[in-house]
Design a protein around this ligand. Structure first.
Ligand code: AMP
Ligand code: MG
Length: 404
């Protein structure tokens, strides 16, 4: 039996970032950047006008002075090829290149125009309303380091740097297989002894949120042959396969034997975590689906949805983060507004409310009715981590939390 810390350590050692791929920029959000991005040009690429108005020589703009408009320069429009000379100006708008000879922008709100003349009402200082070529980023400059998580703004930076295809660590693909003779899909009314499969849809939703869901979630009865064929199918299209049910030592628990037969190495079978026994971590190296050799992760999660949920957050999230080239998620800290009873020798995860509007950050444990109680879990925004053999604690102590 492993401790939670041991299992996380094993995951950290087994899970290496997936090989990098190149994807169109629009598919890169949420991925970790595999190669640094450098500017291919200066940004802005020319001295740029920041306001609508007139490109002027600042020295000519004493209040009340009249300037003659000798042309216009629009953003993206034909280049004004002349030069702004003494007593003249060029009508210009935001984003346009500042014409030769001009060193400031006279904002339209600070002028009066009549015919081909403008009168200055407020004088700009030299440089005002303009932005120098390369002022934001210079050609050759590294603007995104390898290892950066690509969000919307990083995507904008890559686009500005001229990157249309970007090198990323792909997010792992996750397949979901629920096993159990007692399970029926949500659209069916369970007959005697049956229950609805709630864990499968939950894990699929978690896979979608923290990685990429591979195919439709699958089901197999408690029977080794269909379990094996469903597993093979899942492994062909996913780096991580989540299996529930049929993992323990019961007479109808076939997954461990099937894994052994398929040549998987089992690293973890049970963990001192509550709720959450059993938890299986097994791996196999192979040319899945004819591609290059790759390590597949088989994760066996408890059938009870709350236990499966806790194990997903505690173990599968770090695994997915590592495979995706990121750092393992850390627990947070919050004040607990209730007293906590002493804990036994299994790390205990308790659903809790968490309100980000309250300062300091405070969690309220929810009254939890066991590892099938998804109805209470549905009200939680965090899990409180009760360490092994934690003593009785009073309201107001700081606890570790996992945000959901
Ligand atoms: P097992 O992990 O197969 O020993 O199942 C533990 C408990 O979880 C049993 O009460 C199962 O009926 C229930 N269970 C197993 N799989 C699911 C599932 N996919 N959805 C909801 N409950 C499940
Ligand atoms: Mg079962």
């Amino acid at each position: 039996m492993h401790s939670v810390t041991e299992v996380i350590h094993i995951i950290g050692q087994m899970a290496l970032p997936l090989p990098m791929i190149r994807v169109p920029l629009r598919l890169a959000a949420g991925c970790v950047l595999a190669e640094a991005v450098k500017m291919d040009l200066d940004s802005p690429p020319f001295d740029r006008c920041m306001l609508d108005g007139y490109a002027v020589r600042a020295v000519d703009t004493l209040e009340g002075a009249q300037l003659r408009i000798i042309g216009r320069q629009d953003a993206g429009g034909a280049a004004f090829t002349g030069t702004v000379t003494r007593g003249t100006c060029v009508a210009i708008n935001t984003g346009a290149p500042v014409p030769a000879g001009a060193d400031a922008i006279l904002m339209v709100e600070h002028t009066e125009q009549s015919g081909e003349f403008v009168t200055v009402r407020k004088s700009p200082a030299a440089g005002w309303g303009t932005q120098r070529r390369g002022a934001d980023a210079a050609r050759g400059q590294t603007v995104l380091e390898a290892g950066t998580l690509l969000g919307p703004v990083q995507i904008a930076v890559a686009a500005a740097a001229g990157v249309a295809e970007i090198a990323v660590i792909p997010r792992p693909r996750v397949a979901v297989l629920s096993t159990g003779d007692e399970l029926v899909p949500p659209e069916r009314v369970p007959a005697g002894g049956q229950i609805r499969n709630s864990n499968g849809p939950m894990l699929a939703a978690l896979a979608q949120r923290y990685a990429v869901l591979a195919g439709d979630p699958q089901w197999a009865p408690d029977d080794p042959a269909p379990i094996r064929s469903k597993l093979l199918e899942a492994l062909a299209g996913a780096e991580v396969v989540l299996v529930t049910g049929s993992l323990s030592m019961g007479t109808r628990d076939f997954v461990p034997a099937v894994l052994q037969e398929m040549g998987f190495t089992t690293h973890v079978q049970t963990v001192k975590i509550k709720p959450g026994k059993p938890f299986v971590l097994a791996t196999k190296e192979e040319r899945w689906g004819g591609g290059s050799a790759a390590r597949r992760f088989l994760i066996g999660l408890p059938g009870n949805p709350v236990s499966g949920f806790v194990c997903f957050h505690r173990f599968v999230r770090p695994l997915l983060a590592r495979l995706a080239g990121g750092a393992m998620p850390e627990t947070g800290r919050a004040l607990c507004d209730q007293g906590l009873v002493a804990n036994g020798d299994r790390e205990f995860y308790q659903p809790a409310r968490l309100d980000h509007r309250v300062s300091p950050l405070t969690v309220s444990p929810l009254n939890w009715r066991g590892s099938a109680d998804i109805y209470t879990l549905a009200k939680a925004q965090a899990l409180i981590v009760h360490p092994v053999r934690a003593p009785l604690r009073e309201a107001g102590t700081v606890v570790d939390i996992i945000e959901l």
